[in-house]
Design a protein around this ligand. Structure first.
Ligand code: ATP
Length: 197
């Protein structure tokens, strides 16, 4: 089994592409979703987050996401502390998931794959890209954020140039049809690579 990381900037279409692999019967793992779940279910994570962020960080057993987000967005050291608590647990969870999985390859989607050491769990990396104005339009439609808010998030992320330099494959997410064709081509290639491994 080979592990294929899937990353890209905000609104590039990572989750859309992950869904295309899933529809082909490929095992998929959405790291952002699994991290959200773990922060609510892991007692270890809850205890450590309480220690660093105080009693307001959970409401009952649910992470107080707006509270935590407001702190880490303004404080890089607090963001690093949060990542130090969550990333190793998420990576352990993913490794267990891989052990239990079947199939030729697994696709692991993570927005910060290349920033979080997550790429070290992967045999190959795919970056999803789209034109900036397309990404902005799509996020506006999806989340109702302002252009200024979207641009601020984009400027806070790794550039596509660097992401692509660190990747093995690029999917250009323009039309859904063209993206589906790229996924089909990559699927054939990844099946071959998994056999060769
Ligand atoms: P984020 O980083 O914000 O979670 P993402 O990279 O996972 O985003 P998606 O959620 O897959 O991106 O896509 C962003 C939005 O754009 C979604 O509403 C999705 O339906 C839409 N979208 C994705 N690809 C296309 C496409 N090729 N044509 C039109 N709309 C698209």
């Amino acid at each position: 089994m080979i592990v294929v990381g899937l990353t890209g900037g905000i609104g590039s279409g990572k989750t859309t592409v992950l869904g295309m692999f899933e529809a082909k019967g490929i095992t998929t793992y959405n790291a952002d979703l699994e991290a959200r779940k773990l922060m609510n279910t892991s007692a270890e994570i809850r205890t450590e987050i309480h220690t660093v962020f105080g009693s307001e960080s959970y409401i009952g057993k649910e992470l107080n996401r707006p509270y935590i987000a407001s702190i880490v967005f303004a404080d890089k050291e607090k963001l690093a502390a949060l990542n130090a608590i969550t990333h190793p647990r998420l990576h352990a969870h993913f490794k267990d998931f891989v052990k239990a999985a079947t199939g030729a390859y697994i696709v692991y989607e993570a927005a910060i794959l290349l920033e979080s050491e997550g790429h070290k769990l992967c045999d190959y990396i795919i970056t999803v890209t789209a034109a900036t104005e397309k990404k902005i339009n799509r996020i506006q439609l999806r989340d109702g954020m302002t252009v200024a808010e979207i641009t601020a998030r984009m400027n806070n992320q790794m550039s596509d140039t660097l992401r692509i330099a660190k990747s093995d494959f690029v999917i250009q997410n323009h039309t859904v049809l063209a993206t589906q064709e790229q996924v089909n081509t990559l699927d054939v290639l990844l099946l071959d690579l998994s056999i060769a491994k």
